[in-house]
Design a binder for this molecule. Sequence first.
Ligand code: ATP
Ligand code: MG
Length: 417
Amino acid sequence: MAYYNSIICRYNEIATKGNNRSMFENMLIRNMKRMTKEHVSGLNFVKMRGRIFIHKNEFDCFTDEEQTYLKERLKDCFGLDSFSFCIEGERTIEAVLDHIRNAVKPLFKQLECLGRPIRFRTRARRSDKTFPLRSKEIEIETATMIEKMIGDNKVQVDLMNPDISIGVEIREKNSTIFLETIKARGGLPVGSNSPLLGMLSGGIDSPVACAMAMKRGCRLDFLTFHSYPYTPLESVMKVWRIAKIINKFQPHGVLYACNLSEIQKLIRDNCDPKFRTVLYRRMMMRIASKLCRKKHLYGIVTGEAIGQVASQTIVNMSVIDRTVPDLIVRPLCGMDKLETIARAENIGTFDISIEPMADSCTVFAPPSPVIHAKLHFVEFEESKIPNMEEAIQKAFDEIKMVTDDGLTDIPTYDITE
Ligand code: ATP
Ligand code: MG
């Protein structure tokens, strides 16, 4: 890898923010620091007109290991649109030419084996309009220098399909040269919006929905329901493995686990079977809502999509919505399954999600669930459940926290009621 002494970070949506822009930039920097400090400490983050530069102390170069690590981490930092490892130097054409000379010589050498002229292009941007050369002139100057340095017959300018693309940016205080632009995930920095509770099942959809809410700036804690002993506790650990993957996008979110089996038995024993699924979901919402109050979370995220399964028809979703006053965020609402699967693969949860595991929702599931549940029928079914509120409170009081060691009691300092 080339010797890089800086990283140029670009953002997109944050640039559209008016007076709040600085708040978003600071939050992005805070997140970048937090996400990288484990392995690369002592980084300096400098805001410079629509860009953030990252340096090591004394402008030391990043080692190969640091580059590999930082690439992985920064990609997952919501708010960043793209970034490039670069050579940052003085704002003169001489410095630019010098740095390009050093950076690209070894690259052209490597590509000699192609046995044909090496195609290259230079792309210049001049955000400092007082710089004496225009963008086009910088491109010509740098390309001419490369042709002279490598030899006319060995290289060929190709704007459309180059083997090597050299980026040059001239700014008020510096110049940068980079060879690669690494795409990040865009969105807004986590923490720039209010925190939410993500309802995480072991399925494909809910982790994608949670990651999408994080992409909009919300930090998440998670809640999963299990039906032990009707479902194994491994199902909770499967959800924990998923939670750990999506926690790479944010400061550690806690996974809470609630046993729904007693409530499910009450529903089984007292209500019309065809309403079971909708009734389960309403119970989940009630417990999630209590947890939101307790943990100061501002809404509930689910992986529902319109029409995907019986409980996700518009009518059933609105019956589920009416259980609690909380905002219910459904980021997947308009997505089809293939899009969701592609995103699950992209964030790295798909392989775990498809591991077969019993699902709490399917315990005592009826053969034909109601597709368009009427609210008054559902409420009538609920009225048949003896001591429903007490059962909900009991399930809520017994919520556990999940760690690598399994289910543990929630530490008392964690209760903010
Ligand atoms: P997923 O793939 O996320 O499980 P799904 O398509 O299987 O979704 P449902 O099982 O109807 O759909 O669940 C819809 C949403 O309800 C889930 O995306 C999740 O947010 C929430 N949910 C369902 N089951 C559970 C559970 N056991 N624990 C926590 N949340 C759940
Ligand atoms: Mg499911």
